[in-house]
Design a binder for this molecule. Structure first.
Ligand code: IDP
Ligand code: MG
Length: 132
C-alpha cells in the first residue's frame, strides 16, 4: 500500500468537476484518506513548487495556483503513486492518453486540472506539506 498527494488545481474547482475527479480514483479502487479546500498564498505555492523555481513558467504557475481555492487530498492504494499519474495523464493535455483526467478536462499545459506526486520522496514531502 502506498499514499500519494494529489491536488485539484483552481481550474478544476472553477469548472465544478471536483466530484468527477475524485470519482476517477474511487472507481479505480483507491481510497481518499484526507482532503481539504484551501487558498494557497504565493509563498506557500512557491515553496510547494520550489523545484521549478528556475523554469520560465514558474511565475505563471504560482499565479495560477493562487488564482482560487484548490483541493489537496491523499490517495491510498496499491501502487498509488504511479497509478495516480497514469489516471491523471501527461502534463501537457495534448499528449495525454484518451480517458485520462487531463485529456478529458484540461485546457492547456499551464492549466492542467490536477497535480500528483512523482516519487516516494515527493509523496512524503507533499503529504506533510498539506497535512502535517
Ligand atoms: P506534473 O504536474 O505533470 O508533475 P511538472 O513538470 O512537475 O508536471 O510541472 C508542474 C506544473 O507546472 C505542471 O503541472 C504545469 O501546471 C506547469 N508546467 C510544467 N511545464 C510547463 C510548461 O512548459 N509551460 C507551462 N506550464 C508548465
Ligand atoms: Mg511534478
Amino acid at each position: 500500500m502506498e499514499n500519494t498527494l494529489s491536488i485539484i488545481k483552481p481550474d478544476g474547482v472553477k469548472k465544478n468537476i471536483i466530484g468527477k475527479i475524485l470519482n476517477r480514483f474511487e472507481d479505480a479502487g483507491f481510497e481518499i484518506i484526507n482532503i481539504k479546500l484551501i487558498n494557497l498564498t504565493s509563498e506557500e505555492a512557491g515553496k510547494f513548487y520550489e523545484m521549478h523555481q528556475d523554469k520560465p513558467f514558474y511565475p505563471e504557475l504560482i499565479k495560477f495556483m493562487t488564482s482560487g481555492p484548490c483541493i489537496p487530498f491523499v490517495i491510498r492504494g496499491k501502487n498509488a503513486i504511479k497509478s495516480v499519474r497514469e489516471i491523471m495523464g501527461a502534463t501537457n493535455p495534448e499528449e495525454a492518453n484518451a480517458g485520462t483526467i487531463r485529456f478529458d478536462f484540461a485546457d492547456s499545459i499551464d492549466s492542467n486540472i490536477i497535480h500528483g506526486s512523482d516519487s516516494v520522496e515527493s509523496a512524503k514531502r507533499e503529504i506533510s506539506f498539506f497535512f502535517g
